[in-house]
Design a protein around this ligand. Structure first.
Ligand SMILES: Nc1nc2c(ncn2[C@@H]2O[C@H](COP(=O)(O)OP(=O)(O)OP(=O)(O)O)[C@@H](O)[C@H]2O)c(=O)[nH]1
Length: 287
């Protein structure tokens, strides 16, 4: 429901946007761009320049060339990784907009850029790094106070003075329908879907399956396992043991209740996911 609301609220700003910057997680390289799945965004895309930013490259496997960049051409300009390319975004966007035939830039000196992406992909981080790059510290933050821009949800942030450029941050939205279960799992592992909605245990299992399939054995070393394993129970038991993840459980017996200390598998699963997200299990591309 709140995703649909987010999309509805974006519609107004979309009309004013001169360019779309779509932020992607480089670890889900074959993930179809959000804009390619959403009719509303697609409609807007048809007439507006579109920049694809691959973020979190430091977490992705450097040996894997992101597939998304192959979509270059057709009005799409791939950019990435963030730390190297943030500098090129403003000039690139300015060039794309000025060469866009639909707009008479002489009439309007402002550039409005809408930043979209699934939750947690790094939209705010991108905006902040652009601000740091292009504005001196302490400069005014122009926040959208005009009709149609909901302050709490869609804020207009000045990121550059010449050319005068504003970014509109948007709430992270997911496409209404995910292609398949694996796409959902990958998005969840990257933090785009709340863990408890999917289940930490099943996500940990999927992560282990992916790591083994790709022969990414960083976890074996990280947790001091004797060898690789495809048994999530076995791995989580080890993680729980070395991290001291235990819980007291009340057990009813014939002679009364006793408290038993047991390994906390859910806490171990959560730690396993956290280690992956922080890059401690190695640089992994999920596709
Ligand atoms: N390792 C790594 N972490 C990043 C990178 N960019 C962002 N992050 C982290 O990813 C998390 C989410 O970043 P945000 O910028 O808040 O993402 P967002 O897309 O604005 O999130 P929502 O507002 O929830 O949609 C934060 O913990 C960031 O520190 C990156 O390039 N590398």
């Amino acid at each position: 429901g709140h995703m649909a609301k987010g999309l509805r609220q974006m519609r107004g700003s979309l009309r004013r946007a001169d360019c779309l910057v779509e932020v992607h997680d480089a670890r889900i390289s074959s993930h179809i761009p959000l804009s390619g799945r959403n009719p509303m965004l697609q409609e807007a895309l048809g007439i507006r320049p579109h920049v694809l930013v691959l973020n979190k490259m430091d977490l992705a496997d450097p040996r894997q060339q992101p597939v998304s960049t192959r979509g270059a051409g057709a009005g799409r300009a791939p950019v990435g990784p963030l730390q190297d390319s943030a500098r090129s975004i403003v000039p690139l966007v300015a060039k794309l907009i000025s060469s866009s035939p639909r707009y008479d830039r002489a009439e309007n000196a402002e550039y409005n850029i809408m930043v979209i992406g699934v939750p947690n992909v790094g939209k705010s981080s991108l905006i902040n790094s652009l601000r740091r790059l292009h504005l001196r510290k302490g400069k005014a933050t122009a926040v959208g106070g005009e009709p149609g821009v909901t302050k709490a949800v869609l804020t207009r942030i000045q990121v550059c003075e010449t050319p005068l450029m504003y970014l509109v941050d948007t709430p992270g939205v997911l496409p209404p329908k995910l292609g398949d279960v694996e796409t959902g799992m990958k998005l969840a592992l990257c933090g785009a879907i709340r863990d408890h909605l999917v289940g930490e245990d099943i996500m940990a299992d999927y992560l282990l399956y992916t790591l083994n399939r790709q022969q990414q054995f960083g976890y074996v070393q990280h947790y001091g396992l004797p060898e690789a394993s495809d048994d999530i129970g076995h791995v989580l038991k080890h993680v729980a043991l070395i991290l001291g993840k235990t819980q007291k459980v009340k057990v009813l017996t014939g002679t009364g209740n006793v408290n038993v200390t047991m390994l906390n598998y859910s806490a171990a699963a959560y730690e396993f996911l956290r280690a992956f997200r922080a890059g401690r299990l190695g640089r992994v591309t999920l596709d």
